[in-house]
Design a protein around this ligand. Structure first.
Ligand SMILES: [Zn+2]
Length: 312
């Protein structure tokens, strides 16, 4: 993880506020061990208690925020609401463990005025920090002296060439005690071919597009939530938040998509435009409900955006 911080341009002069959880897993402690190795100062907050987070952030003059994307969004909105941006010294954010869209990313970067870095990692494989994007933001460099990565077809298990989307399979190279050989992560991504402009020789993984078990079947069509997110990104009037609910009504599977916008647009027209685009691209018509910004839930941990009610 120390190497991740270095790749993000974080140094021993930084003050790193860690909001992922501490406990019997690798999240908080992984961020912390890396920061200690780097020699930076750590503010080991753990999750939640936004009030205290913001106080510490101001008093300790934190320069780096480590969090999930949902929590970074919540903090950004709180900082704006309270008008305390002038007291905040953040310059970088290291964001992990959740799939997030470009829209949310640029919203948080703009609101907090910071550069954002995505990290990748799994509890089973050294914890967080086995990869991070560099400042060119063209995928996450992963440490191929620690792990060997393959991308496979999730159905057949066949290894796919670089550039093709599939399931990430990892073999650990230096892990002792519980080494893993060809461990199937269920995370979907691709290896980005070629070399990065930054000159680092570490290969790159693309954005995590979801999990092999995220796929839902609606009216016989296979759908990944990431595909819906792609479409929502094309509507600038929508916020980064959305919620997808899948239910079984009157003998049919239906998908309802809740999206947020501000009061200046025609809700009904927007809803029908989104529904039409989903129909054209993916092949079924969802029910789209437009709500005011701030209505959808924000979370201190990972925001649950897809709710399957068919089996409740
Ligand atoms: Zn690079």
């Amino acid at each position: 993880f120390a190497r991740c911080y270095e790749t993000a341009g974080i140094t021993d002069m930084d003050r790193i506020q860690i909001t992922p959880g501490y406990g019997l897993w690798t999240a908080g402690i992984g961020f912390q061990a890396g920061a200690e190795r780097l020699g930076a100062m750590v503010i080991p907050m753990g999750p939640g208690n936004t009030e205290k987070q913001l106080t510490m952030m101001q008093d300790m003059k934190s320069t780096v925020l480590c969090s999930t994307s949902s929590y970074a969004l919540l903090l950004a909105e709180e900082i704006e609401k309270r008008g305390i941006k002038g007291n905040i010294h953040l310059r970088k954010g290291v964001i992990g463990s959740e799939r997030w869209g470009d829209k949310m990313r640029s919203y948080i970067a703009e609101k907090l005025g910071i550069e954002l870095y995505d990290i990748y990692g799994l509890t089973e494989i050294y914890g967080p920090g086995i990869g991070i994007n560099c400042r060119y933001n063209t995928g996450m460099h992963y440490w191929d002296d620690y792990i060997y990565v393959e991308i496979v077809d999730p159905v057949t298990g066949k290894v796919l060439p670089d550039g093709e989307m599939g399931e990430i399979v990892i073999t650990t190279l230096v892990k002792e005690g519980a080494p893993l050989i060809r461990y199937r992560t269920h995370d979907l991504s691709r290896i980005i071919p070629g070399e990065c402009e930054c000159g680092r020789k570490y290969p790159r993984l693309g954005t995590i597009m979801g999990r092999t078990d995220d796929m839902v079947k609606i009216k016989g069509v296979n759908v990944f939530p990431a595909q819906i997110e792609e479409i929502l990104k094309e509507f600038p009037e929508l916020s980064s938040e959305y919620q997808i609910r899948i239910s079984h009504l009157e003998g049919k599977d239906t998908m309802r998509i809740y999206v947020e916008t501000n009061g200046t647009v025609d809700f009904q027209k927007l809803a029908s435009d989104v529904a039409t685009t989903v129909k054209q691209r993916i092949g079924f018509t969802p029910l789209v409900k437009v709500v005011e910004i701030g209505v959808l839930p924000r979370s201190e941990k990972k925001t649950k955006r897809v709710i399957d009610e068919r089996y409740d």
